[in-house]
Every structure is written in structure tokens, then in C-alpha cells.
Design a protein around this ligand. Structure first.
Ligand code: IMP
Ligand code: MG
Length: 199
């Protein structure tokens, strides 16, 4: 098993930058949802770390719930074919929902979830995503609470994984090519093998 940090070639966004951005996002959410019945819905597993930090900066009574989805795609690209592995525990009709995502790449996963949640008639539904990849969105998306725009490269850390690892890095970074070497079939740039992956 290799050293966790030794596999990273570049830190794209530091722990401090992430922390500052999260308190800013949480402040906006706090102002916007004062007096409202707020429900944060995190998308497992990637959004777990973000959700944990975000919710502790929102200075309001709130509840949270989680969904788990897997998406089918060629290597690291999702196709928009999403399977729900865990649905919400509670009804959301009439409630103010903020969908908390780790990263928006093509945007297909989040648009599927938006359409799905809309059918349950929440009072409002907005997106909070910590990262999104520049120029990669296949569908127009309105992200009310956006974090960082990043280049269209494969990143890990702060909840994001490569083959389920690196989620516990406190920053987001780019993996060294050697980190894929022992796992050549999974090299993210390689495609086009199709797989189903928990997001
Ligand atoms: P989308 O459907 O293309 O927007 O993909 C969204 C999902 O793919 C995210 O929720 C992540 O789980 C995963 N994902 C997208 N880009 C990356 C990345 O650079 N590193 C790790 N996971 C990623
Ligand atoms: Mg993943």
C-alpha cells in the first residue's frame, strides 16, 4: 500500500482554501434559508466530506438526508444512466431542499437527480456543488451555491475517489501517473471500457 500523499503530483485546491469557501457558501445558505424548513440532501459517497463540513457552518436548524447513486460510464465519464442505490429516507414535498454534490463534471448525474427530486414536489430545490469542471457540462445547469471551478482533469481528495481510494485527503489534487500504473485497466484517461461506479 503506497503512501497517501506521495501519490499526488499537484495540490489543486488546499485545505485552507476549501475551508474558506465552505464558510462562505454556508453563510449564503444561512441567509437564504432563515425561517425556512431546510433539508440538505447529500449524494453519497463523494459529498460526505463536504456535507459534514458544510452543515456545521450553516447556522440554522436543519435536517439532512442522503441518496446513493451509481452511474454508468466509459471509464471516468458518466453517461447519465444513473441507478439509485439508496433513496431518501423522508418525503420532501413542501420542503426547501439543497442538493449537496462533490463535483459536477458532465452534469448528467446531478440533472438526473434534479429531475427525480422535482417529481416529489419540494417547495424549492437548489444545487450546492463544491467543484465543477470547466467547459465539461453536457447540459445547462444552474448551480446556486458553487464552490470552485477546476480544469477538466481527474482529481481526488476531499471525498473524491480513484477506485474508492484517496477520499480522505484533506485537499484536492491530481494523481501521479504511477498511482495508476499498478491498476492499468482503470487509468482514468484510458476509457472506453464501460463500468458502473458509485459516485
Ligand atoms: P457527472 O455525471 O459527469 O457530472 O459526474 C459526476 C460524478 O462523477 C461525481 O459525483 C463524482 O462522483 C464523479 N467524478 C467526476 N469527476 C471526478 C473526478 O475528477 N474525480 C473523482 N470523481 C469524479
Ligand atoms: Mg467515484
Amino acid at each position: 500500500m503506497s503512501d497517501l500523499h506521495a501519490d499526488i503530483s499537484e495540490i489543486l485546491i488546499s485545505e485552507q482554501e476549501i475551508e474558506d469557501k465552505i464558510s462562505m457558501l454556508a453563510k449564503q445558505i444561512t441567509e437564504d434559508y432563515r425561517g425556512k424548513d431546510l433539508l440538505l440532501v447529500g449524494v453519497l459517497k463523494g459529498a460526505l466530506v463536504f456535507m459534514a463540513d458544510l452543515c456545521r457552518h450553516v447556522d440554522l436548524p436543519l435536517e439532512f438526508d442522503f441518496m446513493a447513486v451509481s452511474s454508468y460510464g466509459a471509464s471516468t465519464k458518466s453517461s447519465g444512466v444513473v441507478r439509485i442505490l439508496k433513496d431518501l429516507d423522508y418525503e420532501i414535498s413542501g420542503r426547501h431542499v439543497v442538493l449537496v454534490e462533490d463535483i459536477i463534471d458532465s452534469g448528467l448525474t446531478i440533472s438526473y437527480l434534479l429531475r427525480y427530486l422535482e417529481t416529489r414536489e419540494p417547495a424549492s430545490l437548489e444545487i450546492c456543488s463544491l467543484f465543477w469542471k470547466k467547459g465539461e457540462q453536457a447540459v445547462p445547469l444552474e448551480v446556486k451555491y458553487p464552490g470552485f471551478e477546476i480544469p477538466p482533469v481527474f482529481v481526488v481528495g476531499y471525498g473524491l475517489d480513484y477506485a474508492e481510494r484517496y477520499r480522505n485527503l484533506p485537499y484536492i489534487g491530481v494523481l501521479k501517473p504511477e498511482a495508476y500504473a499498478s491498476d492499468a485497466d482503470n487509468y482514468p484517461a484510458e476509457g472506453p471500457q464501460t463500468s458502473e461506479e458509485v459516485t
